[in-house]
Design a protein around this ligand. Structure first.
Ligand code: HEM
Ligand code: CA
Ligand code: CA
Length: 327
């Protein structure tokens, strides 16, 4: 289908505007007429998938982040390897780590039955991230829609643009600012670590050799440190997992920030929000630890910003029939 599915675009093509000059924005009503049941279908698949495996909620939330930080929110992360595509799934931050592709496939196939070639894979990923947040007890928000799917992927981008778990606060801010996100977005979006897990390999350095001196990170709470060593030995065990928020690993709440204040954040990238050299992020951690509704409000705002990163709209990109393949 040649035309974008939405209705409320200043559809200004007849007034001599170029595609580039036209105002194809995202809009929460994008599928209002073309597929009004889109979100209901997403939610019903999510409910079943999350009931079967609670971690699915966390994995889908992370999938949206890893999509949007590489070429924007265009479902580039969903493309499999092929002659023309070097899949982002093989990027360092994604390989054996990013999950949830089968759930996206399931949603896509139901949507193709209900509204053929209408709902993009990029919008499905965004809807799944919001739905996962809501079903975990987190905030809801009006989600702008109308993203289209890329015909390309960037393996290089997936290796270059996604911050590593041992990043310093300056490093994290550099990665976020490159995407147009700021300190407030960094601290609020890191709150996604209120659900889900991380592998031993991603926090091992903190336990055994934080500064190249064979010593643990001195900011780690001692009893938490001893607990982590039992899951994550100095040698081996790289794939063993530990919750990012052991206080309430399945619940989207502000416990993540409360644990940070007690030296019980799992990743270095979590810890440095409170103890790094940027004062502003310390204050934000304290605020969100104290006031869950303030965290929820800011998380929703920052998720909208994340979801608006360089979308393909209008006649750019396509609506894939199969999220793993270009049409
Ligand atoms: C600030 C920089 C960030 C870093 C360095 C980071 C790093 C990581 C790492 C290393 C893991 C564990 C992966 C594994 O062991 O396989 C993880 C998991 C996770 N991340 Fe982040 N992350 C960041 C920001 C975010 C953002 C912005 C979101 C979403 C808005 C997010 C959502 C998640 C979730 C939900 C999980 C758990 C996934 C699961 O259980 O499958 N992270 N993150
Ligand atoms: Ca992308
Ligand atoms: Ca939690």
């Amino acid at each position: 289908q040649a035309h974008p599915a939405g209705f409320n675009f200043g559809w200004g093509g007849h007034h001599g505007g170029t595609t580039r000059g036209m105002s194809f924005g995202l809009s929460p009503q994008f599928y209002q007429f073309s597929c009004p049941q889109a979100n209901d279908i997403v939610m019903s698949v999510l409910e079943k998938a999350i009931a079967k495996d609670i971690r699915t909620a966390a994995s889908l939330l992370r999938l949206h982040f890893h999509d949007c930080f590489v070429q924007g929110c265009d479902a580039s992360i969903l493309l499999d390897d092929s002659a023309a595509i070097a899949s982002e799934k093989n990027g360092g931050p994604n390989k054996n780590s990013v999950r949830g592709f089968e759930v996206i496939d399931k949603i896509k196939s139901k949507l193709e039955q209900a509204c053929p070639q209408t709902v993009s894979c990029a919008d499905i990923v965004a809807l799944a991230a919001r739905g996962s947040t809501v079903l975990s007890g987190g905030p809801n928000w009006e989600l702008p829609l109308g993203r289209r799917d890329s015909k390309t992927a960037s393996l290089r981008g997936s290796n270059k643009n996604i911050p590593p778990p041992n990043a310093t606060i300056e490093g994290l801010l550099t990665f976020f600012k490159r995407q147009g996100l700021d300190e407030v977005d960094l601290v609020a979006l890191s709150g996604a670590h209120t659900i889900g897990v991380a592998k031993c390999a991603t926090f091992k350095q903190r336990l055994y050799n934080q500064n190249g001196n064979n010593q643990p990170d001195e900011n780690l709470d001692k009893s938490f440190y001893f607990d982590l060593k039992t899951v994550c030995p100095k040698s081996g065990g790289d794939n063993k997992i530990s919750p990012l928020d052991f206080g309430s690993p399945r619940m989207f709440d502000n416990t993540y920030y409360k644990l940070l204040l007690r030296g019980k954040g799992l990743l270095n990238s979590d810890e440095v929000l409170l103890t790094g050299s940027v004062k502003e992020t310390h204050e934000l951690v304290k605020k969100y630890a104290q006031d869950e509704s303030l965290f929820f409000e800011q998380f929703a705002l920052s998720m909208i910003k994340l979801g608006n990163l360089r979308p393909l709209t209008g006649f750019n990109g396509e609506v894939r029939k199969n999220c793993r393949l270009v049409n």
